[in-house]
Unconditional design. Structure first.
Length: 255
């Protein structure tokens, strides 16, 4: 059984659904961060559980020809992507195998998945979710760092449509202009929890602000600032309370 903080040599045999490499050490499955199928690695064990372990590759003896330099500066810190360390061909194969395994192991089907149909590899997502926080006394907005509730501010996502990245920057500027504050979960103070953006086929964007209550002071000023920012023309703006089970507030929509 692998022991925490020890290093073992192992060969990566496949992937988990989250893109972790899968190896076997002393008969136990070990999930290895940013390792590719077919690579021989020295694996440092970071966490050892009863039936599995997690580790990272501290040395790769022969890198896979499918290994790629991540094109996102936030990769490895942001929790939004899992496959940026491999090329497109290997990513699609990993996803094909994921579907194949689900059909066989869960569905009991012998259907063969021949491939994954894929469109543009970048800027294809028409929905974005970002969280607000206060850092160094300033309102920021971005994605969560992997496995945490710590916000990575100002992260332009390579998968989101470019209009969503631009709109997210405009939302933050407008919120700052209104002097709004981020909601603090521990203290129960502040105003902004998250924002959800959706784009339509004709280039319009729906901006939803998630708040702890029904009141949003200065909402008209926010909408005006957003419409006038960088010539963005969102379709309409809505404000929703957070989906907290104790929240007594109904949704409110501003158009």
């Amino acid at each position: 059984m692998p022991e925490k903080n020890k290093t073992y040599r192992a060969r990566i045999e496949g992937y988990t659904s989250e893109g972790l490499g899968v190896a076997r050490i002393d008969g136990q499955a070990v999930f290895v961060h940013r390792a590719l199928r077919g690579e021989d690695c020295d694996v440092l064990i970071l966490k050892a559980l009863k039936n599995a372990a997690f580790g990272k590759a501290v040395r790769v003896y022969a890198p896979s020809p499918h290994r790629a330099e991540p094109d996102c500066p936030y990769y490895g810190r942001c929790g939004g992507c899992d496959f940026r360390h491999m090329d497109r061909e290997e990513e699609l194969e990993a996803k094909r195998q994921r579907v194949q395994d689900a059909l066989r192991r869960i569905g009991g089907s012998d259907v063969t998945v021949e491939g994954i149909l894929s469109g543009a590899p970048l800027h294809y997502r028409n929905k974005a979710i970002a969280s607000f926080a206060t850092q160094r006394g300033k309102l920021v907005c971005g994605l969560y760092a992997e496995g945490t509730h710590r916000v990575l501010p100002g992260a332009d996502c390579l998968l989101q449509e470019e209009i969503l990245n631009k709109t997210l920057a405009a939302v933050l500027d407008a919120a700052r202009a209104c002097r709004w504050t981020a909601y603090d979960e521990d203290r129960g103070t502040g105003l902004l929890r998250h924002t959800v953006l959706r784009s339509s086929g004709d280039g319009k964007v729906l901006v939803t602000l998630v708040t702890p209550g029904p009141d949003l002071p200065g909402s008209k000023n926010f909408c005006t600032a957003l419409r006038n920012h960088s010539k963005l023309q969102p379709a309409f703006f809505s404000t929703l309370p957070s989906f907290h089970p104790a929240s007594p507030y109904p949704p409110a929509v501003l158009q």
